[in-house]
Write a new protein. Structure first.
Length: 124
């Protein structure tokens, strides 16, 4: 029998954990985790999942869609309105790459540290 595992944390490398946590806190409404410091910041959800942001010396942002520096991972967020969510996130500091493979189905943005993430329509 395979071990049962529960995902408890996702941690992203970055140059400035506090700034990246602030971006995602404003975007998601998640609460700041009390163990945050200058080298690590975290956000907690009601379900117990922690999104962490870890300082890495000489951090190099992913170059999506180019693979010179691979994306390593990406996050997906379900939203009610793609245009509204995109506008808010761009205002908060996200960027929108020119290459958009999802057409009208989803949008790819990058956070202030360069990590790509997707916005998808929330299932009705």
């Amino acid at each position: 029998m395979a071990p049962r595992m529960k995902l408890t944390a996702i941690t992203l490398d970055c140059a400035d954990p506090e700034a990246l946590a602030a971006f995602y806190r404003q975007a998601t409404g998640l609460e700041a985790h009390p163990m945050s410091n200058s080298d690590f910041a975290g956000l907690s959800g009601d379900d117990g999942l922690l999104i962490g942001f870890q300082r890495v010396v000489d951090y190099q942002a992913p170059c999506w869609p180019d693979q010179a520096v691979p994306k390593q991972l990406h996050l997906d967020f379900a939203v009610d309105d793609l245009d509204e969510a995109e506008a808010l996130l761009l205002e908060l500091g996200a960027a929108k790459p020119e290459y958009q493979p999802g057409g009208d189905r989803w949008r790819v943005l990058t956070d202030p540290a360069g990590h790509p993430f997707c916005l998808t329509r929330r299932a009705v």
